[in-house]
Ligand binder design. Structure first.
Ligand SMILES: [Zn+2]
Ligand SMILES: [Zn+2]
Length: 179
């Protein structure tokens, strides 16, 4: 039995250092990913010199050449600022704050007439919610529940098999829904 050729012996990846076995004698990297990363980090683009954070202006040393933000606090701040800017471009009534207010108003309205508030859900009630042809508003009136309770019942009907059983039928298969 001939000993294996030298290039077939396990070697270490020039980029990540992990041990791998070459498929070809000239192979230097364990994966295409490592080959690309190595090329990138050794190219002109791989400028990891200190720079200014685009959010707070502090000078920092990037952990990766493409890094523009000094850390997680700045990343979070930038994301929430951009989100707020985007929200402000939406017409009134479509912003998150408006939707939350509208939901709150609907809840307050339904709470006034929620005679079943706090009671356990019964099968016939869940059956009505599961039908899907009644709006939340109609269900709050029909069942004497709050709109928040209707929303959470809908959610439970999607994920909780016991609630599905109480409702009489689990969600029908797609084909049946369409026909
Ligand atoms: Zn590697
Ligand atoms: Zn910063």
């Amino acid at each position: 039995m001939t000993p294996p050729q030298a290039w077939k012996m396990p070697t270490s990846c020039d980029h990540c250092g992990s041990t791998f076995t070459r498929g070809m004698p000239w192979q230097r990297f364990c994966s295409t990913n490592c080959k690309k990363n190595y090329a990138y980090h050794h190219s002109q683009a791989a400028d990891a010199s200190p720079r200014e954070c685009i959010e707070c202006g502090a000078t920092f040393i990037p952990w990766n050449p493409r890094c523009k933000l000094c850390g997680d606090p700045c990343r979070r701040a930038r994301r929430s600022r951009l989100r707020a800017e985007w929200q402000s471009t939406l017409p009134r009534g479509y912003r998150n704050s408006d939707l939350q207010e509208a939901a709150k108003r609907q809840h307050d309205r339904s709470l006034d007439r929620a005679r079943n508030h706090g009671n356990n859900w019964t099968g016939p009630e869940l059956e009505l919610v599961a039908r899907g042809d009644l709006t939340t508003e109609e269900l709050t009136i029909a069942l004497g529940r709050t709109s928040y309770a209707i929303h959470s019942a809908r959610r439970l009907l999607r994920v909780d098999p016991r609630k599905q059983a109480l409702a009489g039928s689990p969600n029908p298969p797609r084909e049946m829904e369409q026909s």
